[in-house]
Design a protein around this ligand. Structure first.
Ligand code: MEV
Length: 396
């Protein structure tokens, strides 16, 4: 078992097209954001397992000996199976979760314990450690914060248990794992996501793991050619929502109105494919007309997402405000509030972008221009870590 401190980070994501449809086997196009989640794992010999999540006010500690005594043999299968309701209940008992386990705090603790007990169970004795996770990503906003959390947790625990090697090189600020190790990280990150979201498609953890720009369909991932000039305004409406509830609501609408909903999902799939084709053309020879097509695709998808029932008044407002500035927006992620994206054409003058941002801020929204296609899960050298991140991990 490794004894050194590990510092890892994973990016959040935006979905360009295909959210919700991807849960039903359709294509999604997703990109890694330059907003990241950071995790520090400090091995100990004090007989305790400590979890600190300063963003959501979680500070928990368990005695390793107590955890060792619990019967968690049901995790033996720890493979690609969905944890059953009984297993989740048992884990809640082990975690000592008495409050509503569906709250983000409870879910984050559950996902941690699940990954810790499953990944470390091959060790002779469960390890004593201290984990702190701090994120630049807002939680519950559709930017993949839980997937970034699960990916960091999986990567750090697998590395500490020497299931995968530590790829960190001396004098290098950030290093990445080999493809086969990333596959294992992604598998466990997906399991963590399942603890948090129930039945996710796996697109979020794939972006957190692999980074860049991805096409995702039924667990099949490939990298996407994308024009470097693609710029996006990311807006957080700050309306809280639950991915799990929204995914379930689409499922029940699909069961209730299959004849109406199936063509919508097929059409969203076609939008993703057309967008992929456009991005491919733009990578070779970008032209202003391409952006007009991308804008049309955004508008059509936003209407479809409203028809799926995952829109929200705040997102309608976002679309109206940006449209008043000649810009096109759609929700990104689960919808029901959360975040939206606005395409920024290269011909846009900066004052126009600033005026749009101001108008969105005036609505009470947070918004920022993002760079997309950030690297996936990485391990960092402490010497190169941004002081603000180090400070946040140290508890300020
Ligand atoms: C959430 O970021 C994207 C959804 O499609 C859910 C999923 O893919 O698991 C809404």
């Amino acid at each position: 078992m490794l004894s050194e401190v590990l510092l890892v980070s994973a990016p959040g994501k935006v979905i360009l097209h295909g959210e919700h449809a991807v849960v039903h086997g359709k294509v999604a196009l997703a990109m890694a954001l330059n907003l990241r989640t950071f995790l520090r794992l400090q091995p100990h010999s004090n007989g305790k397992v400590c979890l600190n999540l300063p963003n959501i006010g979680v500070k928990r500690a368990w005695d390793v000996a107590g955890l060792q005594l619990q019967d968690t043999s049901f995790l033996e299968q720890g493979d690609a199976t969905v944890p059953t309701a009984e297993q989740v209940e048992k884990l809640k008992e082990v975690a000592g979760i008495t409050q509503d386990g569906a709250k983000p705090e409870g879910l984050a603790v559950l996902a941690f314990l699940y990954l810790y007990l499953s990944i470390c169970r091959k060790q002779r004795a469960l390890p004593s450690l201290d984990i702190t996770v701090w994120s630049q990503l807002p939680t519950g906003a559709g930017l993949g914060s839980s997937a970034a959390y699960s990916a960091c947790m999986a990567a750090a625990l697998l590395t500490m248990c020497e299931e995968i090697p530590n790829p960190q090189k001396d004098g290098v600020s950030a290093s990445r794992w080999a493809v086969e190790d990333l596959e294992l990280i992604n598998k466990w990150a997906f399991q963590g996501e399942r603890m948090i979201h129930g039945n996710p498609s796996g697109v979020d953890n794939a972006v957190s793991t692999w980074g860049g720009a991805l096409r995702f369909q039924q667990g099949k991932i490939s990298s996407l050619e994308r024009p470097l000039a693609l710029k996006i305004l990311l807006t957080n409406t700050k309306v809280p929502r639950s991915t799990k509830t929204l995914v379930a609501s689409v499922r029940s609408r699909l069961l209730k109105f299959p004849e109406i909903m199936t063509p919508l999902l097929t059409s969203i799939n076609a939008i993703s494919l057309e967008c992929e084709r456009m991005l491919g053309e733009m990578a070779v020879a970008p032209a202003p007309e391409h952006y007009l097509v991308l804008e049309e695709l955004i508008d059509m998808n936003q209407h479809h997402l409203n028809a799926l029932g995952v829109g929200h008044a705040s997102l309608d407002q976002l679309c109206r405000v940006t449209m008043a500035h000649g810009l096109h927006s759609k929700l990104t992620g689960a919808g029901g509030g959360g975040c939206g994206i606005t395409l920024l054409r290269p011909d846009l003058e900066q004052p126009e972008v600033e005026a749009t941002k101001q108008a969105l801020n005036d609505c009470g929204f947070d918004c920022w221009e993002t760079s997309i296609g950030a690297p996936g899960i990485s391990v960092h050298s402490a010497d190169f870590l941004d002081p603000s991140v180090r400070q946040a991990l140290d508890g300020l």
